[in-house]
Design a protein around this ligand. Structure first.
Ligand code: ATP
Ligand code: MG
Length: 757
């Protein structure tokens, strides 16, 4: 490096510079996490523009997310200033392909203003086609067909290219026919789905030499980030575009390939060297992101995968802290511990926008959301809706609001025809009219409506039923626990049945969310208190500029980095996922392990891994054992801490009298272990110790636990509760406290919601 270097080269190491300066010919940068692949790719863009090798409009640069594209554009701007005038072809595969397709839509029978369908639209369309083909849609679902078609599109197959064997996968060989019908239908309504964006462009490039030649000439240089996650159709598309000039630079890491479920093929890395003979392969080995302990922990885990290309990684950073592994009793305790760790990080001067919580499954976020609301910790959920904003949750909440607040018109409007009960827009408009004329809430107006002859008899019957149901549910409010009432309402209103009838994985996810909702309600004394909690959660997003903790899935965290990363739920069946375990075989398990590698390597300074002994997933308690990935962490780089609270003892004491509530699980695990053979057995659930000594031990500790649930709270202790403010503890019963609040009077609350004042 010399002082004459342009700014974008300063600070880059030798192989990174090589990746930037080897402008012509195919280049493959293959390197581990945090080695500056994205940094080098960005500098390469700057270099190409600054040295006038290409105009910004002659560069095709593909990133994995729109956010990454935005960042790259900004960074190039900072490196070379005004020379960067936009970069129209910098974006995700989908955004770039969509832009191209709009220019040539007519070549595949579309108009340039075609619509891009979302999943719901897509499923509705497929369902119609399945029905029209007189295929049993219960056995052959629209969801399954959508998955198949997506797979074919990811491989770059038009309907004509689907062979008989593949077609067999749906309705005894009718897959191809339905795929063709679907494409025809899409064309008729001037629409395409996500997979089509690339597939159509691929077809155009293959069949229209002039268009292909034009783009081959235009794109002097092609740059691709996260190359390990490209699918076949993306690969073919790149190969066509690069064939003429061959100036293509791809950066990636085979150990971070985590999208095979969406058709990504790591083999594309190997193909590259074959398809572009003479390609220069550059390896980056110095990691600039993480401490040695973090790197060693991640390397230790990924070393258990077979068939890796293999890489060296080193760092000259100070050792830093070991990776912490914390075993907790259950999910709520995990959330509480994470909250505490973040607070202590804050007290040491850490900024919470440098903190992330990474989860394996979307449903894990709720526990953290609830806890963070309780302690007033600002957070944001990246990718995916926040729990209480999901459609099914909002529907269920609307039912609850109608019960709790008779004047809540918005809630009534939301549910009046969900599930469909023949109360369409016309009927609703009439109710509105009456409500306005008489100055009544909608529910009251609706009841009044029944006495008129304004509605069709069918609408009148439906409305009558609904009003009757609402009145009955309101009556039950004082009899039933509100979580029970919620379940009852969802069943009786037909909402549950509506989702069940869908029989898709998506719908079953929604049903699970609803079970999770009822579970969340159990933690609140009244329906009113729960609804208030929800409005607080919803309000959390209000301060957009405030520093916030990030909560997201590992998949969404690809390419990002944070000072401190909390990795939640490292338990068998959650991570690795149950699906990966059920599939058996090494492929899906190795993909889970790559996810673990991605997760750990997001951390700059500290990684904290959690596993809980018990987890309540969708309302079902599951006893769990630590993830095999925890066992794979090299002990010399980890610090382990297990904080079993008295909860375990109490629980054991209870079931010793009632029988083991988890016996069936232990049995299921044992069967599974037997089927899997020796490798798995190591990780199987240990039988619980039921010896008389152990039980006496357990009962004694349970007695002490019941008296002292949380070390820091005693009678008379002044505490703070986020909702009720300050108060003094008047009674302690297990984890429930009676508190004399200074403003709110005496209330019974859970100890997890108070802090010592
Ligand atoms: P991932 O595999 O996770 O996508 P990556 O290889 O793309 O990682 P980058 O995100 O580009 O890595 O870089 C990781 C961190 O190292 C960033 O904070 C970046 O600014 C920094 N970095 C990259 N190269 C250098 C360098 N030569 N000197 C100092 N810091 C660097
Ligand atoms: Mg990167």
């Amino acid at each position: 490096p010399s002082l004459d270097d342009p700014p974008y080269l300063r600070g880059l190491n030798a192989p990174q510079r090589e990746a930037v300066l080897t402008t012509d010919g195919p280049v493959l940068v293959l390197a581990g996490a945090g080695t500056g692949k994205t940094a080098a790719l960005t500098a390469r863009l700057a270099h190409l523009i600054a040295t006038r090798r290409a105009w910004p409009s002659e560069l095709l640069a593909v990133t994995f997310t729109n956010k990454a594209a935005r960042e790259m554009r900004e960074r190039v701007g900072r490196m070379i200033g005004d020379a960067v005038e936009g970069m129209p072809w910098l974006g995700t595969f989908h955004s770039v392909a969509a832009r191209m397709l709009r220019r040539h839509a007519e070549l595949v029978g579309l108009q340039s203003n075609f619509t891009i369908l979302d999943t719901d639209d897509q499923l509705r369309l497929l369902k119609q086609l399945i029905q029209a083909a007189e295929i049993d849609e219960k056995r052959w679902t629209a969801r399954a067909l959508a998955g198949l078609i997506d797979r074919w599109k990811n491989r770059g197959w038009t309907p004509a290219e689907v062979d008989a064997g593949e077609s067999e996968a749906f309705a005894s060989g009718r897959g191809q026919e339905l795929y063709a019908a679907y494409q025809a239908r899409l064309k008729a309504v001037n629409a395409c789905d996500f997979g089509d964006l690339l597939l159509h462009m691929l077809v155009i490039l293959k069949t229209h030499c002039d268009v292909l030649a034009d783009y081959q000439k235009r794109f002097r240089y092609i740059l691709v980030d996260e190359y390990q996650d490209t699918n076949a159709s993306q690969y073919l598309w790149l190969r066509l575009l690069a064939q003429e000039r061959k100036n293509i630079c791809c950066v990636g890491d085979d150990d971070q390939s985590i999208y095979s479920w969406r058709g990504a093929e790591v083999a594309n890395i190997l193909r590259f060297e074959r398809d572009f003979p003479g390609a220069k392969t550059i390896r980056l080995e110095q990691n600039y992101r993480s401490t040695p302990h973090i790197l060693a922990a991640a390397s230790g885990v990924i070393a258990n995968n077979g068939g890796r290309l293999g890489k060296t990684l080193w760092t000259d950073k100070d050792a830093g802290e070991k990776v912490k592994v914390i075993g907790v009793w259950d999910g709520p305790e995990e959330a509480r511990r994470v909250g505490e760790e973040i607070e202590s990080f804050q007290h040491k001067g850490g900024r919470i926008d440098n903190v992330a919580i990474l989860v394996r499954a979307q449903h894990q976020t709720r526990e953290f959301e609830d806890r963070f609301i309780a302690i007033g910790m600002p957070y944001r959920i990246v990718g995916g809706f926040r729990f209480y904003e999901r459609a099914e949750i909002r529907d269920a909440l609307a039912y609850l609001r109608v019960i709790a607040q008779p004047a809540d018109d918005l809630a009534f409007e939301r549910i009046v025809n969900v599930p469909k009960r023949g109360l369409g827009d016309k009927a609703v408009a009439k109710i509105h009219q009456l409500a306005r004329a008489e100055g009544l809430p909608l529910t009251a107006a609706a009841a009044r409506m029944l006495d008129t002859d304004e509605l069709t008899s069918q609408a009148r019957r439906s409305l009558g039923n609904l009003i009757g149901d609402i009145a009955r549910w309101r009556g039950k409010l004082s009899e039933l626990p509100h979580a029970e009432l919620a379940r009852l309402m969802l069943d009786e209103s037909g909402y549950t049945a509506m989702l069940q009838a869908e029989r898709s994985t998506e719908a079953s996810g929604r049903l699970e969310n609803l079970t999770e909702l009822a579970r969340a309600m159990e933690e609140y004394e009244t329906l009113g208190a729960f609804l208030e909690h929800v409005s607080l959660v919803m309000d959390n997003e209000a301060n957009a500029d405030e520093a916030k903790v990030t909560i997201m899935t590992i998949h969404a965290a690809k390419g990002l980095e944070f000072d401190t990363v909390f990795l939640a739920g490292w338990e068998e069946g959650l991570f690795p996922s149950q699906r990966a375990l059920d599939e058996g075989g090494t492929a899906s398990l190795e993909e889970e392990r790559r996810l673990a590698y991605v997760a750990i390597t997001r951390a700059r300074r500290q990684a904290v891994i959690f596993h809980a002994a018990n987890r309540r997933i969708y309302g079902q308690w599951t006893s769990s054992i630590p993830s095999r990935f925890v066992n794979e962490l090299p002990p010399e780089h980890t610090a382990t801490e297990t904080t079993m609270t008295g909860g375990e003892s109490l629980w054991r004491a209870q079931w010793s009298e009632q029988g083991d509530p988890f016996a069936h699980l232990a049995a299921a695990n044992a069967t599974r272990a037997a089927q899997r053979g020796p490798g798995w057995q190591r990780a199987a659930v240990k039988p619980l110790d039921m010896s008389p000594q152990r039980l006496t031990e357990v009962k004694n500790s349970a007695a002490s636990f019941a008296a002292k649930p949380r070390g820091d709270i005693a009678l008379g202790q002044r505490v703070f509760h986020t909702k009720f403010g300050y108060g003094a503890v008047a009674e302690i019963e297990g984890n429930k406290l009676e508190i004399d609040f200074e403003q709110a009077g005496r209330k019974r609350v859970l100890d997890s919601f108070v802090t010592v004042a």
